[in-house]
Design a protein around this ligand. Structure first.
Ligand code: GUN
Ligand code: ZN
Length: 438
Protein backbone atom coordinates (compact mmCIF):
# COMPACT_ATOMS: atom_id res chain seq x y z
CA UNK A 1 0.00 0.00 0.00
CA UNK A 2 1.27 3.43 -0.95
CA UNK A 3 -0.13 6.40 0.97
CA UNK A 4 -1.48 9.11 -1.30
CA UNK A 5 -0.35 12.66 -2.00
CA UNK A 6 -3.29 14.54 -3.45
CA UNK A 7 -5.96 17.18 -2.91
CA UNK A 8 -9.75 16.98 -2.50
CA UNK A 9 -12.06 19.89 -3.09
CA UNK A 10 -15.68 20.16 -2.01
CA UNK A 11 -17.80 21.09 0.98
CA UNK A 12 -15.82 20.21 4.11
CA UNK A 13 -17.41 19.25 7.41
CA UNK A 14 -15.56 18.18 10.55
CA UNK A 15 -16.57 18.19 14.21
CA UNK A 16 -14.52 19.91 16.92
CA UNK A 17 -16.41 18.64 19.97
CA UNK A 18 -19.71 16.95 20.85
CA UNK A 19 -22.62 19.20 19.76
CA UNK A 20 -24.77 20.36 22.68
CA UNK A 21 -27.93 20.29 20.59
CA UNK A 22 -29.39 21.43 17.29
CA UNK A 23 -27.89 24.66 16.04
CA UNK A 24 -24.61 24.29 17.95
CA UNK A 25 -22.64 26.11 15.30
CA UNK A 26 -19.41 26.15 17.32
CA UNK A 27 -19.22 22.36 17.50
CA UNK A 28 -18.10 21.98 13.87
CA UNK A 29 -16.13 23.58 11.09
CA UNK A 30 -17.84 23.87 7.70
CA UNK A 31 -16.15 25.26 4.61
CA UNK A 32 -18.52 25.66 1.66
CA UNK A 33 -15.73 25.46 -0.94
CA UNK A 34 -12.89 23.80 0.88
CA UNK A 35 -9.71 21.97 0.06
CA UNK A 36 -7.93 19.14 1.87
CA UNK A 37 -4.28 18.78 0.99
CA UNK A 38 -2.89 15.29 1.58
CA UNK A 39 0.79 14.45 1.80
CA UNK A 40 1.98 10.85 2.21
CA UNK A 41 -1.40 9.69 3.48
CA UNK A 42 -1.81 12.39 6.12
CA UNK A 43 -3.73 15.64 6.03
CA UNK A 44 -1.22 18.45 5.50
CA UNK A 45 -3.53 21.46 5.22
CA UNK A 46 -7.25 22.31 5.34
CA UNK A 47 -8.82 25.58 4.24
CA UNK A 48 -10.76 27.53 1.67
CA UNK A 49 -10.05 26.36 -1.88
CA UNK A 50 -9.40 29.95 -2.91
CA UNK A 51 -6.59 30.19 -0.37
CA UNK A 52 -5.02 26.77 -0.82
CA UNK A 53 -5.26 26.18 -4.58
CA UNK A 54 -2.45 28.66 -5.36
CA UNK A 55 -0.16 26.88 -2.89
CA UNK A 56 -0.48 23.40 -4.45
CA UNK A 57 2.65 21.86 -5.94
CA UNK A 58 2.72 22.25 -9.72
CA UNK A 59 0.98 19.38 -11.47
CA UNK A 60 -0.90 18.08 -8.43
CA UNK A 61 -4.33 16.80 -9.45
CA UNK A 62 -7.39 17.89 -7.50
CA UNK A 63 -10.35 15.53 -7.01
CA UNK A 64 -13.16 18.05 -7.25
CA UNK A 65 -16.63 17.19 -5.87
CA UNK A 66 -18.59 20.42 -6.45
CA UNK A 67 -21.70 19.37 -4.46
CA UNK A 68 -20.00 16.64 -2.44
CA UNK A 69 -19.88 16.78 1.34
CA UNK A 70 -16.41 15.68 2.48
CA UNK A 71 -16.29 14.23 6.00
CA UNK A 72 -13.86 12.16 8.01
CA UNK A 73 -14.44 8.50 7.09
CA UNK A 74 -17.00 6.75 9.28
CA UNK A 75 -15.82 4.59 12.18
CA UNK A 76 -17.73 1.43 13.17
CA UNK A 77 -17.02 0.53 16.79
CA UNK A 78 -18.64 -2.94 16.85
CA UNK A 79 -18.90 -5.36 13.92
CA UNK A 80 -18.49 -9.12 13.49
CA UNK A 81 -16.13 -10.24 10.72
CA UNK A 82 -17.53 -13.81 10.49
CA UNK A 83 -21.18 -12.70 10.28
CA UNK A 84 -21.19 -11.37 6.71
CA UNK A 85 -23.29 -14.40 5.76
CA UNK A 86 -25.40 -14.31 8.93
CA UNK A 87 -26.86 -10.85 8.29
CA UNK A 88 -30.61 -11.04 7.60
CA UNK A 89 -31.24 -14.37 9.35
CA UNK A 90 -34.92 -14.73 10.14
CA UNK A 91 -36.96 -14.72 13.25
CA UNK A 92 -34.97 -15.23 16.44
CA UNK A 93 -33.97 -13.36 19.55
CA UNK A 94 -30.42 -13.35 20.85
CA UNK A 95 -29.79 -16.81 22.35
CA UNK A 96 -31.64 -18.69 19.61
CA UNK A 97 -30.08 -16.48 16.92
CA UNK A 98 -26.61 -17.35 18.21
CA UNK A 99 -27.27 -21.10 18.32
CA UNK A 100 -29.26 -21.41 15.14
CA UNK A 101 -27.25 -19.18 12.82
CA UNK A 102 -24.12 -17.58 14.25
CA UNK A 103 -22.50 -20.55 15.97
CA UNK A 104 -23.00 -22.60 12.79
CA UNK A 105 -21.61 -20.00 10.41
CA UNK A 106 -18.58 -19.04 12.51
CA UNK A 107 -17.31 -22.65 12.29
CA UNK A 108 -16.42 -22.05 8.65
CA UNK A 109 -13.66 -19.67 9.77
CA UNK A 110 -11.43 -22.58 10.73
CA UNK A 111 -10.64 -22.54 6.98
CA UNK A 112 -8.04 -19.89 6.29
CA UNK A 113 -8.93 -19.59 2.59
CA UNK A 114 -12.51 -18.83 3.56
CA UNK A 115 -11.38 -16.24 6.11
CA UNK A 116 -9.15 -14.56 3.53
CA UNK A 117 -11.95 -14.38 0.98
CA UNK A 118 -14.21 -12.92 3.62
CA UNK A 119 -11.57 -10.34 4.60
CA UNK A 120 -11.59 -9.03 1.02
CA UNK A 121 -15.38 -8.86 0.91
CA UNK A 122 -15.58 -7.29 4.36
CA UNK A 123 -13.11 -4.49 3.65
CA UNK A 124 -14.64 -3.84 0.20
CA UNK A 125 -18.04 -3.50 1.84
CA UNK A 126 -16.82 -1.14 4.55
CA UNK A 127 -15.24 1.08 1.86
CA UNK A 128 -18.45 1.04 -0.20
CA UNK A 129 -20.27 2.36 2.85
CA UNK A 130 -17.74 5.06 3.67
CA UNK A 131 -16.41 3.26 6.74
CA UNK A 132 -12.67 3.70 7.01
CA UNK A 133 -11.95 2.17 10.44
CA UNK A 134 -13.67 -0.49 12.50
CA UNK A 135 -13.53 -2.40 15.76
CA UNK A 136 -14.01 -6.02 14.82
CA UNK A 137 -14.81 -9.37 16.40
CA UNK A 138 -13.08 -12.29 14.67
CA UNK A 139 -14.15 -15.89 15.11
CA UNK A 140 -12.61 -18.06 17.82
CA UNK A 141 -9.93 -19.10 15.30
CA UNK A 142 -6.78 -16.97 15.48
CA UNK A 143 -6.42 -17.43 11.70
CA UNK A 144 -9.58 -15.37 11.11
CA UNK A 145 -7.97 -12.36 12.77
CA UNK A 146 -4.67 -12.94 11.00
CA UNK A 147 -6.50 -12.99 7.64
CA UNK A 148 -8.32 -9.78 8.53
CA UNK A 149 -5.27 -7.87 9.80
CA UNK A 150 -3.21 -9.00 6.81
CA UNK A 151 -5.78 -7.71 4.33
CA UNK A 152 -6.38 -4.47 6.27
CA UNK A 153 -2.69 -3.69 6.49
CA UNK A 154 -2.26 -4.35 2.76
CA UNK A 155 -5.00 -1.77 2.15
CA UNK A 156 -3.70 0.81 4.63
CA UNK A 157 -6.86 0.48 6.76
CA UNK A 158 -6.53 0.86 10.53
CA UNK A 159 -8.52 -1.73 12.50
CA UNK A 160 -8.95 -2.74 16.10
CA UNK A 161 -9.72 -6.47 16.15
CA UNK A 162 -9.45 -9.59 18.21
CA UNK A 163 -10.14 -13.30 18.25
CA UNK A 164 -13.23 -14.27 20.18
CA UNK A 165 -12.55 -16.10 23.47
CA UNK A 166 -15.24 -18.69 24.21
CA UNK A 167 -14.75 -21.74 26.43
CA UNK A 168 -18.29 -22.90 27.21
CA UNK A 169 -21.92 -22.90 26.04
CA UNK A 170 -20.97 -23.07 22.38
CA UNK A 171 -20.34 -25.96 19.94
CA UNK A 172 -17.08 -27.83 20.64
CA UNK A 173 -15.73 -26.78 17.24
CA UNK A 174 -16.02 -23.15 18.36
CA UNK A 175 -14.56 -23.34 21.83
CA UNK A 176 -11.05 -22.70 23.07
CA UNK A 177 -9.94 -23.01 26.70
CA UNK A 178 -8.88 -20.40 29.23
CA UNK A 179 -5.27 -21.39 28.53
CA UNK A 180 -5.37 -21.59 24.70
CA UNK A 181 -7.43 -18.40 24.43
CA UNK A 182 -4.77 -16.66 26.53
CA UNK A 183 -1.92 -18.05 24.43
CA UNK A 184 -3.53 -17.40 21.05
CA UNK A 185 -4.58 -13.87 22.01
CA UNK A 186 -1.10 -13.16 23.35
CA UNK A 187 0.50 -14.39 20.13
CA UNK A 188 -1.83 -12.19 18.06
CA UNK A 189 -1.04 -9.18 20.25
CA UNK A 190 2.67 -9.79 19.70
CA UNK A 191 2.22 -10.20 15.96
CA UNK A 192 -0.22 -7.38 15.32
CA UNK A 193 -0.80 -4.84 18.09
CA UNK A 194 0.84 -1.60 17.02
CA UNK A 195 2.05 -3.15 13.76
CA UNK A 196 1.30 -0.68 10.98
CA UNK A 197 -2.17 0.67 11.68
CA UNK A 198 -3.46 -2.44 13.47
CA UNK A 199 -4.43 -2.68 17.13
CA UNK A 200 -5.65 -5.57 19.23
CA UNK A 201 -8.81 -5.98 21.26
CA UNK A 202 -9.03 -8.76 23.85
CA UNK A 203 -12.42 -10.27 22.95
CA UNK A 204 -14.25 -12.50 25.44
CA UNK A 205 -17.55 -12.91 23.55
CA UNK A 206 -19.77 -12.40 26.63
CA UNK A 207 -20.11 -13.70 30.15
CA UNK A 208 -22.25 -16.69 29.11
CA UNK A 209 -19.58 -18.18 26.84
CA UNK A 210 -16.63 -17.59 29.17
CA UNK A 211 -15.79 -19.41 32.40
CA UNK A 212 -14.41 -17.36 35.29
CA UNK A 213 -10.98 -18.79 34.40
CA UNK A 214 -11.25 -17.36 30.90
CA UNK A 215 -12.34 -13.90 32.08
CA UNK A 216 -9.37 -14.06 34.47
CA UNK A 217 -7.15 -14.75 31.43
CA UNK A 218 -8.69 -11.77 29.61
CA UNK A 219 -7.87 -9.56 32.59
CA UNK A 220 -4.29 -10.85 32.62
CA UNK A 221 -3.90 -10.03 28.91
CA UNK A 222 -5.06 -6.45 29.57
CA UNK A 223 -2.68 -6.04 32.51
CA UNK A 224 0.26 -7.46 30.59
CA UNK A 225 -0.33 -5.38 27.47
CA UNK A 226 -1.25 -1.79 28.32
CA UNK A 227 -2.74 -0.14 25.26
CA UNK A 228 -4.75 -3.09 23.97
CA UNK A 229 -8.52 -2.75 23.92
CA UNK A 230 -11.25 -4.92 25.45
CA UNK A 231 -14.51 -5.64 23.64
CA UNK A 232 -17.47 -7.71 24.73
CA UNK A 233 -21.27 -7.70 24.92
CA UNK A 234 -23.25 -6.37 27.88
CA UNK A 235 -26.91 -6.34 28.81
CA UNK A 236 -28.45 -6.86 25.39
CA UNK A 237 -31.35 -9.19 26.10
CA UNK A 238 -33.41 -10.15 29.18
CA UNK A 239 -32.86 -13.91 28.83
CA UNK A 240 -29.11 -13.29 28.48
CA UNK A 241 -29.10 -11.20 31.67
CA UNK A 242 -31.00 -13.95 33.51
CA UNK A 243 -28.48 -16.60 32.42
CA UNK A 244 -25.52 -14.43 33.41
CA UNK A 245 -27.01 -14.00 36.89
CA UNK A 246 -27.26 -17.80 37.17
CA UNK A 247 -23.69 -18.38 36.01
CA UNK A 248 -22.14 -15.67 38.19
CA UNK A 249 -24.31 -15.64 41.34
CA UNK A 250 -21.65 -13.79 43.35
CA UNK A 251 -21.71 -10.77 41.00
CA UNK A 252 -23.87 -7.76 41.93
CA UNK A 253 -25.10 -7.41 38.33
CA UNK A 254 -23.97 -8.10 34.74
CA UNK A 255 -21.36 -5.33 34.60
CA UNK A 256 -19.91 -6.51 37.90
CA UNK A 257 -19.03 -9.86 36.28
CA UNK A 258 -16.60 -8.04 33.99
CA UNK A 259 -15.51 -5.64 36.74
CA UNK A 260 -14.42 -8.48 39.02
CA UNK A 261 -11.89 -9.58 36.40
CA UNK A 262 -10.49 -6.08 35.75
CA UNK A 263 -12.12 -5.69 32.35
CA UNK A 264 -13.47 -2.13 32.75
CA UNK A 265 -11.59 0.96 31.63
CA UNK A 266 -11.18 3.72 29.09
CA UNK A 267 -10.31 1.26 26.31
CA UNK A 268 -13.15 -1.14 27.11
CA UNK A 269 -16.04 -1.26 24.62
CA UNK A 270 -19.32 -2.82 25.72
CA UNK A 271 -21.77 -3.61 22.94
CA UNK A 272 -25.49 -2.84 23.49
CA UNK A 273 -25.85 -1.74 27.17
CA UNK A 274 -29.63 -1.64 26.80
CA UNK A 275 -30.92 -2.78 30.18
CA UNK A 276 -28.38 -1.33 32.61
CA UNK A 277 -29.18 -0.39 36.20
CA UNK A 278 -28.30 2.96 37.71
CA UNK A 279 -25.42 1.29 39.55
CA UNK A 280 -24.01 -0.13 36.33
CA UNK A 281 -24.17 3.22 34.54
CA UNK A 282 -22.49 4.97 37.46
CA UNK A 283 -19.73 2.33 37.46
CA UNK A 284 -19.24 2.69 33.70
CA UNK A 285 -18.87 6.42 34.19
CA UNK A 286 -16.40 5.91 37.03
CA UNK A 287 -14.21 3.62 34.93
CA UNK A 288 -14.59 5.64 31.68
CA UNK A 289 -15.89 2.50 29.97
CA UNK A 290 -17.71 2.87 26.65
CA UNK A 291 -21.31 1.87 25.84
CA UNK A 292 -21.74 1.08 22.14
CA UNK A 293 -25.14 1.81 20.60
CA UNK A 294 -26.08 -0.74 17.89
CA UNK A 295 -29.58 0.34 16.81
CA UNK A 296 -30.21 -1.82 13.73
CA UNK A 297 -29.20 -4.89 15.69
CA UNK A 298 -31.26 -3.99 18.74
CA UNK A 299 -34.35 -3.61 16.56
CA UNK A 300 -33.68 -6.65 14.37
CA UNK A 301 -32.93 -9.09 17.22
CA UNK A 302 -35.73 -7.47 19.23
CA UNK A 303 -33.41 -6.70 22.14
CA UNK A 304 -34.74 -3.35 23.30
CA UNK A 305 -34.30 0.39 23.14
CA UNK A 306 -30.98 2.04 24.03
CA UNK A 307 -31.48 4.76 26.63
CA UNK A 308 -29.18 7.54 25.46
CA UNK A 309 -30.55 10.12 27.89
CA UNK A 310 -30.01 7.87 30.91
CA UNK A 311 -26.49 6.97 29.81
CA UNK A 312 -25.58 10.59 29.11
CA UNK A 313 -27.01 11.84 32.42
CA UNK A 314 -24.80 14.90 33.03
CA UNK A 315 -24.35 13.87 36.67
CA UNK A 316 -22.40 10.76 35.51
CA UNK A 317 -22.18 10.64 31.72
CA UNK A 318 -21.18 7.32 30.16
CA UNK A 319 -18.95 7.55 27.07
CA UNK A 320 -20.78 6.38 23.93
CA UNK A 321 -19.95 4.79 20.61
CA UNK A 322 -22.12 3.98 17.58
CA UNK A 323 -21.90 0.77 15.58
CA UNK A 324 -23.57 -1.47 13.02
CA UNK A 325 -23.13 -4.86 14.83
CA UNK A 326 -23.40 -6.70 11.50
CA UNK A 327 -24.61 -9.52 11.34
CA UNK A 328 -27.07 -8.93 14.20
CA UNK A 329 -27.22 -5.48 12.68
CA UNK A 330 -28.82 -5.17 9.28
CA UNK A 331 -26.67 -2.61 7.47
CA UNK A 332 -23.00 -1.84 6.96
CA UNK A 333 -23.94 1.82 6.55
CA UNK A 334 -23.36 4.19 9.45
CA UNK A 335 -25.90 6.49 7.75
CA UNK A 336 -28.58 3.80 8.00
CA UNK A 337 -27.40 3.03 11.52
CA UNK A 338 -27.84 6.65 12.59
CA UNK A 339 -31.26 6.78 10.92
CA UNK A 340 -32.42 3.73 12.87
CA UNK A 341 -30.79 5.13 16.01
CA UNK A 342 -32.95 8.20 15.66
CA UNK A 343 -36.07 5.98 15.54
CA UNK A 344 -34.98 3.96 18.58
CA UNK A 345 -34.57 7.18 20.54
CA UNK A 346 -37.94 8.44 19.28
CA UNK A 347 -39.52 5.34 20.81
CA UNK A 348 -37.80 6.32 24.07
CA UNK A 349 -39.29 9.82 23.79
CA UNK A 350 -35.80 11.15 23.17
CA UNK A 351 -34.26 12.94 20.25
CA UNK A 352 -30.97 12.85 18.40
CA UNK A 353 -29.91 15.95 16.49
CA UNK A 354 -28.21 15.21 13.17
CA UNK A 355 -25.15 17.11 14.37
CA UNK A 356 -24.79 14.74 17.33
CA UNK A 357 -25.23 11.67 15.12
CA UNK A 358 -22.64 12.76 12.54
CA UNK A 359 -20.24 13.76 15.30
CA UNK A 360 -20.58 10.28 16.83
CA UNK A 361 -20.00 8.48 13.50
CA UNK A 362 -16.72 10.37 13.07
CA UNK A 363 -15.00 12.34 15.87
CA UNK A 364 -17.07 10.80 18.67
CA UNK A 365 -16.23 7.20 17.76
CA UNK A 366 -12.56 8.21 17.36
CA UNK A 367 -12.71 9.76 20.84
CA UNK A 368 -14.27 6.57 22.22
CA UNK A 369 -11.16 4.77 20.94
CA UNK A 370 -8.78 7.45 22.18
CA UNK A 371 -7.72 8.01 18.56
CA UNK A 372 -8.71 11.63 17.85
CA UNK A 373 -5.09 12.43 17.01
CA UNK A 374 -5.26 9.93 14.12
CA UNK A 375 -8.78 9.65 12.75
CA UNK A 376 -12.25 11.16 12.93
CA UNK A 377 -11.41 14.75 12.03
CA UNK A 378 -10.30 16.65 8.95
CA UNK A 379 -7.31 18.38 10.47
CA UNK A 380 -3.58 18.50 9.85
CA UNK A 381 -1.72 15.40 11.03
CA UNK A 382 -4.70 13.04 10.84
CA UNK A 383 -4.78 10.16 8.37
CA UNK A 384 -6.54 11.24 5.17
CA UNK A 385 -9.33 8.67 5.69
CA UNK A 386 -12.25 10.50 4.13
CA UNK A 387 -15.74 9.97 2.76
CA UNK A 388 -17.44 12.07 0.10
CA UNK A 389 -21.23 12.08 0.45
CA UNK A 390 -23.82 12.90 -2.18
CA UNK A 391 -26.97 14.27 -0.50
CA UNK A 392 -28.92 13.91 -3.77
CA UNK A 393 -28.10 10.27 -4.38
CA UNK A 394 -31.69 9.13 -4.97
CA UNK A 395 -34.65 10.89 -6.59
CA UNK A 396 -36.41 11.10 -3.23
CA UNK A 397 -33.36 12.71 -1.63
CA UNK A 398 -32.83 15.17 -4.49
CA UNK A 399 -36.49 16.18 -4.42
CA UNK A 400 -36.62 16.58 -0.64
CA UNK A 401 -33.42 18.59 -0.83
CA UNK A 402 -35.09 21.22 -2.99
CA UNK A 403 -37.21 22.12 0.02
CA UNK A 404 -34.25 22.34 2.40
CA UNK A 405 -32.53 25.14 0.53
CA UNK A 406 -28.99 24.60 1.73
CA UNK A 407 -29.63 24.23 5.47
CA UNK A 408 -26.71 22.05 6.61
CA UNK A 409 -28.38 20.41 9.60
CA UNK A 410 -31.45 19.49 7.57
CA UNK A 411 -29.18 18.12 4.87
CA UNK A 412 -27.40 15.92 7.43
CA UNK A 413 -30.73 14.72 8.78
CA UNK A 414 -31.81 13.89 5.24
CA UNK A 415 -28.58 11.92 4.72
CA UNK A 416 -29.04 9.87 7.89
CA UNK A 417 -32.75 9.30 7.27
CA UNK A 418 -32.72 8.40 3.56
CA UNK A 419 -29.03 7.82 2.83
CA UNK A 420 -27.16 4.53 2.49
CA UNK A 421 -24.27 3.20 0.40
CA UNK A 422 -25.68 5.03 -2.63
CA UNK A 423 -24.93 8.32 -0.88
CA UNK A 424 -21.24 7.41 -0.68
CA UNK A 425 -19.71 9.02 -3.73
CA UNK A 426 -16.11 8.13 -2.86
CA UNK A 427 -14.00 6.77 -0.01
CA UNK A 428 -10.34 7.52 0.66
CA UNK A 429 -7.87 5.62 2.82
CA UNK A 430 -4.68 7.55 3.57
CA UNK A 431 -5.37 9.78 0.59
CA UNK A 432 -5.90 6.89 -1.86
CA UNK A 433 -9.34 6.63 -3.43
CA UNK A 434 -10.38 3.07 -2.64
CA UNK A 435 -14.01 3.33 -3.69
CA UNK A 436 -15.84 5.44 -6.20
CA UNK A 437 -19.56 5.02 -6.89
CA UNK A 438 -20.36 3.98 -10.47
N1 GUN B 1 -23.83 -11.60 22.24
C1 GUN B 1 -22.88 -12.57 22.19
N2 GUN B 1 -22.46 -12.77 20.93
C2 GUN B 1 -23.16 -11.92 20.16
C3 GUN B 1 -23.16 -11.64 18.75
O1 GUN B 1 -22.44 -12.24 17.96
N3 GUN B 1 -24.03 -10.69 18.35
C4 GUN B 1 -24.83 -10.00 19.21
N4 GUN B 1 -25.63 -9.06 18.72
N5 GUN B 1 -24.85 -10.25 20.51
C5 GUN B 1 -24.02 -11.19 20.99
ZN1 ZN C 1 -21.99 -7.92 18.58
Amino acid sequence: FTPGTTALRGRLLTFLRAPQGPGDRDSYQYIADGLVLVKDGRIAAVGAAADLLPTLPAGMGVDHYPDGLILPGFIDTHIHFPQTQVIASYGAQLMEWLEKYTFIEEQRYADHAHASRNARFFLDELARNGTTSAVVYGSVHPGSVKALFTEAEARGVGLVAGKVMMDRHAPTALTDTAQTSYEHSKALIGAWHGVGRQRYAVTPRFAITSTPAQLEAAGALLREHPGVYLQTHLSENHEEIRQVAGLYPEATDYLDVYDRFGLLGDRSLFGHCIHLSEREMARMHETASIAVFCPTSNLFIGSGLFDRAALENPARPVRLGLATDVGGGTSYSLLRTAGEGYKVLQLRGQSWPALAAFDLMTRGNAAALGLTGEIGQIAPGRYADLVVLDPSSTPAMAYRREAIQGDLEEELFLLMTLGDDRAVRATYIQGQRVHVRD
